[in-house]
Design a protein around this ligand. Sequence first.
Ligand SMILES: [Fe+2]
Ligand SMILES: [Fe+2]
Length: 281
Amino acid sequence: MSNQRARQLLQSKSITIPTLPAVVQKVQHLLEDPNTGAKELGDVVASDAPLAAKVLKIANSAYYGLRERCLAPQHATAVLGVRVLRNVVTQAAVIGKYDHLKGSSFDLNALWKHSILVAQACSFLGKRCRAAIGLSGDELYVCGLLHDLGQVVLLDCMKQDYIDVVDFARERNLPLYAAEIERLGFGHTDVGHVVAQQWGLPPQIGNAILLHHGTREEIASDPVVALVANVNLLVHRVTEGNLGAAATAFDASIQSILGIQATDVTDLVQFVDKAKASVVV
Ligand SMILES: [Fe+2]
Ligand SMILES: [Fe+2]
């Protein structure tokens, strides 16, 4: 769906596109200056206590494997580096923005866990790609993190009406995306795409969000789409405990688009299977 058509449709259904959290804007702005140091960035995070607590929880999680516990954002920035910290702040701020939705019958915690696993897995696999894919590991992380954000935006705007769509999908045994198209005329992919544009994310990130449930041709049309769509599939299969099926998530043509081998996919399955127990939301 074209972006203009998506925006019209969303407007007609009173779906408002969220703004980029102010702290992420501030961090982005600071990072445009190459002289910005760890202390300045840490100070911005430290000025928002609930955010700082979330940032430290993420920075001290198993994924980053720090040898010593960070007790201050300035320390976390120094140890992890400013680019990694930008991702940590984005994760903390975007998830924190929707804390008010906790407690509904929509399992938001499970969706964030899934999103973080996809983010970690995209970044892991990005390092194995021998083909040029055009995005850094940090950018792939953000792409994975936000690929299903459209679901959260729809839940926030539509409340019970969106939960009805989720229930409809479950009752009919339909993929959620198909149920959204049937009931709403657009999917969480369209919503996520508009958000990515609004937030000024690189076009390849927006495109991967838009097409992660696309046709075979759409998925094979761009290496980042191929990576995110198939990582999403693999993570779902690992989470369901189906490791054998997970290992076949990337077929030979997708492997060649990404410049990866079967062993890279097996390693990714193991990585996700191990990581799933220690994801921190
Ligand atoms: Fe999705
Ligand atoms: Fe997903």
